[in-house]
Design a protein around this ligand. Sequence first.
Ligand code: C5P
Length: 219
Amino acid sequence: MSKPWNKLIVALDVTSEKKFKKIVAQLSPKVKCFKIGLIAYTRFGPKIIREVKRRGGKVFLDFKLYDIPNTMVETAKAFVDLGVWAFTVHLKAGEAALKYLKREVRKQAKHKKKKAPLIIGVTELTSKKASLSQVLKLAKVAKRSGVDGVVCSVWEAKKIKQKFGLKTITPGIRVRKTGDDQRRVATVKEALQNKVDYFVVGRPIVAKKNYLQAARELI
Ligand code: C5P
């Protein structure tokens, strides 16, 4: 029973700081990792990273960097300083830029005596239809660049693991069809059957009244 809990990453996509704190308080330490994206970070800033860490949680920073190499590197150096567990970057940024990013992140971590965060490459967004070959093509870029893992849907995770041995993080987790913006969706059971390393859940938990109960029901 503990395994799915260790794989669950809760996406803190909320617009109220009070709610943010309440979710983290209620789900810690059962949930070990929280995803912070632009929705919450833009409103509340770096203090919410400290809030998750204060409760013992790991932070998965999901800003999906996609820019010129210098801009990505300077931004990622701040991620190192903030002590996040992992952060995302678009694989469409390309192999050369990603290799450079990886090198600079390592350097910064060494310089600051911090653990280097994992670099996680976004393949195709789970809100879009995408073929397996499209996703594999980007996963190959991840492998070649030395990126640590990828964001993909449950339906590509097994193949990526077999072919490239990369960590897989899969959003688009739903109990049933909801008619929202996600397209390449799957259940927790399907995620586990497909041997994903982590699965990300946002609204099916954070849009409910009792977050812990919602997480329990989902799992
Ligand atoms: O609310 P929901 O469970 O759909 O949340 C999924 C989270 O994962 C969102 O924060 C979304 O930005 C993120 N994500 C995604 N698809 C990707 C990469 C990240 O849904 N390919």
